[in-house]
Design a protein around this ligand. Structure first.
Ligand code: ASP
Ligand code: MG
Length: 423
């Protein structure tokens, strides 16, 4: 008998009907002879609503209580799902993250899983139950407080349980049919990918693709757990994410896996930095001390006559205030002239391991942007990715142009978005 872990996202269990539909799918998997562990997210936009509520009560809620509140969302859906399964005549038991043995560090709101001890889940399975586990939560090893794993963390719960239980596959059910060559909400002609490597998937997730969280893919790669991303709204086969393609999984896009975009970043330009050793170090030490993560960095050529240069970098918009404040406080010691903050930017990335060995990908990317009249502000590359920063207004046009230029457009309209508000 095989063991499968299935994860259902918030849009799949948005209401009572959704919960009953999902319950049927779960029962089918069990009837097919599998032991089934289900990880479930909070219904619809519950997590956002709980966050709004907390902010009305306190502008900066205490981390411990905030986590206690947010985990309530997943507890509602897990209990309802277990009831719906029992109603179909099958045995099911629900478990909180803590009961399921998800042990984390004690960083509230973005805890990391450090161990999974799924003894109670094993017992429940051995007794013939379907085990339902609340996603996105755990218990801290030292203080035994309830923690959450950060937004979208249920995917990570699912992969971590799959690893600890030695599951054959971790199925991630969502509101689209799999991983697409671009965000199907933006590119109607996006193509569903049959198989993608962990490596390319990690790069897409880091570049703004929201279908799978970076941390979840990292975990799956570390423990070599194949992920099958598919829709809970259709019966279609989805996208396999693994080390190597298996069986009839097709490797269609050998050179390019896809185009990702990200509008969540801002750009800071430090203007008039003395062109001498130690300046970049001072700027980025200041940023690091403020615990801000940065993405791209570009230093312009110094205008020889002035001896001054400009340094630009990108960072999450949510960290913008912190970074600007930290730099302003250290302006005298670092010695720059002024700061410019710009949050009207977008990052567009082309990802694919094939670009390592195929010359011309970078040129083709820039040509597609230029043909679409899109101006490039910053450029960064890795071995298997090229990213540019453009104006936010240009993002949709740019993504579509690049998608077409690299022959990724599908002939049919297979990119269906079944649910989710995208909130
Ligand atoms: N409910 C949580 C969120 O909305 C966790 C998840 O959906 O994975 O972020
Ligand atoms: Mg959610």
């Amino acid at each position: 008998m095989g063991l499968v872990v299935q994860k259902y996202g918030g849009s799949s269990v948005a209401d009572a009907e959704g919960i009953k539909r999902v319950a049927k799918r779960i029962v089918d998997a069990k009837k097919n002879g599998n032991q089934v562990v289900v990880v479930v997210s909070a219904m619809g936009d519950t997590t956002d609503e709980l966050i709004d509520l907390a902010e009305q009560v306190s502008p900066i809620p205490a981390g411990r209580e905030f986590d206690m509140l947010l985990t309530a969302g997943e507890r509602i859906s897990m209990a309802l799902l277990a009831m719906a399964i029992k109603n179909l005549g099958h045995e099911a038991q629900s478990f909180t993250g803590s009961q399921a043995g998800v042990i984390t560090d004690s960083v509230h709101n973005k805890a990391r899983i450090i161990d999974v001890t799924p003894g109670r889940i094993r017992t429940a399975l051995d007794e013939g139950n379907i085990a339902i586990v609340a996603g996105f939560q755990g218990v801290s090893q030292d203080k035994k407080d309830i923690t959450t794993l950060g937004r979208g963390g249920s995917d990570t719960t699912a992969v971590a349980l799959a690893a600890a239980l030695d599951a054959e596959v971790c199925e991630i059910y969502t509101d689209v049919d799999g991983v697409f060559t671009a965000d199907p909400r933006v590119v109607k002609k996006a193509r569903k990918i049959d198989w993608i490597s962990f490596e390319d998937m990690l790069e897409l997730a880091a570049s703004g693709s929201k279908v799978l969280l970076h941390r979840c893919v990292e975990y799956a790669r570390r423990y070599n757990i194949p992920i099958h991303v598919r829709s809970s709204f259709s019966g279609l086969r989805g996208t396999w994410v693994s080390n190597e393609p298996q069986g009839d999984q097709q490797v269609e896009h050998a050179i390019i896996s896809g185009v990702a975009h990200d509008v969540s970043e801002a750009k800071i330009t430090v203007v008039g930095v003395p062109d001498k050793p130690g300046e970049a170090a001072a700027i980025f030490r200041t940023i690091a001390n403020a615990e801000v993560n940065i993405d791209m960095v570009v230093q312009n050529v110094s205008a020889a006559s002035t001896g001054l240069t400009d340094i630009s970098f990108t960072l999450p918009k949510s960290e913008g205030r912190k970074a600007i404040d930290a730099l302003e406080r250290n302006r005298a010691t670092i010695g720059f002239e002024s700061l410019r903050y710009d949050d009207q930017i977008a990052k567009i990335s082309l990802v694919g391991a094939g670009m390592k060995t195929n010359p011309g990908v970078t040129a083709g990317f820039f040509e597609a942007l230029s043909d679409a009249g899109v101006n490039i502000e910053l450029i960064s590359t890795s071995e298997i990715r090229i990213s540019v920063v453009t104006r936010a207004d240009d993002v949709i046009e740019a993504v579509r142009a690049v998608h077409t230029a690299f022959g990724l457009d599908s002939d049919s309209d297979e990119a269906v978005v079944y649910g989710g508000t995208g909130r």
